[in-house]
Write a protein that binds this ligand. Structure first.
Ligand SMILES: Cc1ncc(COP(=O)(O)O)c(C=O)c1O
Length: 422
């Protein structure tokens, strides 16, 4: 079958589709594999109970049930829910926003796709505007979303080696190339895959630079503030008139709702919701109704603060301790795990690429994400991009410990063999 250029772009060979296929097929063939390669939220009993109560309440009220199943939301999403959200976000964070600053979306992925293609790619004057990730590695789901090829570029970060085994990426402001070709900036905060939380100072500076050039900063807070708040340090929520803040219901524990929220100036919200209506007709009702119910009785804060964040924090600590024990004197670093639910491991002396390490770990019973997939739009060769792995820690504690033992054993064997294979 012959496809259009658009069809070719989205159906052609893509590293991420190949990797996801491989992960899926491997899990199906070997369900007992230790799956540290996923991005799904952990299953937290208490949180699931709270969601169940809210869903029952929604289903038990015929009018609300109709709003859930029997209606299309208006283009920007339900006005009462957007007003409620605007009032809450303003009160909690001191932001000056109204319902006109908010659009309800079908999740972060679809919202990012619309925004990236709306702001970057072929421009009316035939120029090609790019979207710059000012720090990489970044979320691998962004990689193939632009209709026009070569629309994403990224910047090598500066690398701070911290005490013990920790390291941290920072935006390399001195080399940040913000020229006329850039149509938007985007960062995830906390960052998938590194667990980095770009500091308050960095995010303010980045926003200032973007605003000075008249381009928006897309701030993807899928894991962060204001919710679900999977942030372990004192970094705070950030928004400004120049920021397009992307929130999602997924990492709160509801990826099945396919729901998210955008907070941006009304002009952008209006443009986004027109495009979203053309592409999706309307957004899902389930996420917004669940969010409304959770906000109404204060359960939103409660589950985030008392259950979600501590649950992941505990698993983070367990996996770090197990890795440190099992890697022993192997040269390795872990990115400061400041948020989200991933550990980002760096093996500077690895004699093989991350892809080969991924294969070896798969043979040994552990699935991870090879790090090279996250260096989206990087135009230079950087050895570091083949020396990292992402591990998800949102699963049973005993599995984390077993996985760490296998990772330790496998990396030690590879280092002992010492052959550089790519
Ligand atoms: C940083 C980041 N942004 C966005 C998404 C997409 O989330 P959603 O389920 O809302 O489409 C993910 C999913 O893993 C993510 O990690």
């Amino acid at each position: 079958m012959q496809f259009s250029s658009y069809g070719d772009k989205y159906t052609g060979d893509s590293g991420i589709v190949r990797l996801m296929d491989d992960l899926g097929r491997t899990m199906q063939a070997h369900p007992d594999m230790l799956m540290l390669g996923g991005g799904a939220p952990g299953r937290i009993d208490k949180v699931e109970q709270v969601f169940q109560q809210h869903l029952q309440k929604i289903a038990g009220d015929r009018q609300v049930l109709h709003e859930l199943l029997g209606s299309y939301q208006e283009p920007k999403g339900s006005e009462p829910i957007r007003s409620l959200l605007a009032a809450k976000l303003s009160a909690d964070n001191g932001w000056d926003i109204t319902a006109e600053h908010i659009a309800l979306t079908n999740g972060g992925q679809s919202a990012f796709g619309i925004l990236a293609n709306m702001l970057c790619g072929r421009m009316p004057d035939r120029s090609h505007r790019k979207l710059l990730f000012p720090i990489c590695p970044e979320y691998l789901g962004y990689a193939d979303i632009s209709v026009m090829p070569d629309t994403f570029i990224s910047q090598i970060p500066s690398v701070e080696i911290c005490d013990e085994y920790w390291f941290k990426y920072h935006i390399d402001f001195d080399n940040l190339c913000l020229d006329d070709n850039i149509g938007a900036l985007c960062v995830s905060r906390p960052t998938n895959p590194s667990g980095n939380v770009i500091t308050d100072t960095e995010i303010r500076k980045l926003d200032g630079l973007a605003a000075a050039r008249g381009i928006p900063l897309i701030l993807d807070a899928a894991y962060g503030h204001p919710f679900p708040g999977i942030v372990y340090n004192d970094a705070t929520a950030y928004w400004s008139d120049n920021v397009i803040l992307m929130l999602s219901m997924s990492k709160l524990g509801m990826p099945g709702t396919r729901s998210g929220i955008l907070v941006a100036k009304p002009e952008i919200i209006e443009a986004f919701s027109r495009a979203n209506t053309i592409l999706n007709l309307a957004s899902s009702n389930l996420g917004p109704l669940m969010l409304q119910s959770l906000m109404d009785n204060g359960d939103l804060e409660l589950v985030c603060r008392n259950h979600i964040r501590p649950w992941y924090e505990r698993r983070r600590d367990i996996l770090v301790a197990a890795l440190v024990e099992h890697l022993g004197d192997v040269p390795f670093h872990i990115h400061k795990a400041e948020g989200a639910f991933f550990l980002w491991l760096w093996f500077p002396a690895l004699p093989v690429t991350d892809m080969l390490l991924y294969q070896k770990l798969k043979e040994a019973g552990v699935l991870v994400i090879p790090g090279n997939t996250a260096f989206i739009g990087l135009q230079e060769d950087w050895d570091h991009s083949h020396q990292c792995l992402r591990l998800s820690y949102g699963l049973e504690e005993s599995k984390l410990v077993s996985a760490a033992a296998i990772i330790g054993r496998t990396v030690k064997q590879l280092l002992k063999q010492g052959v550089r294979v790519t």
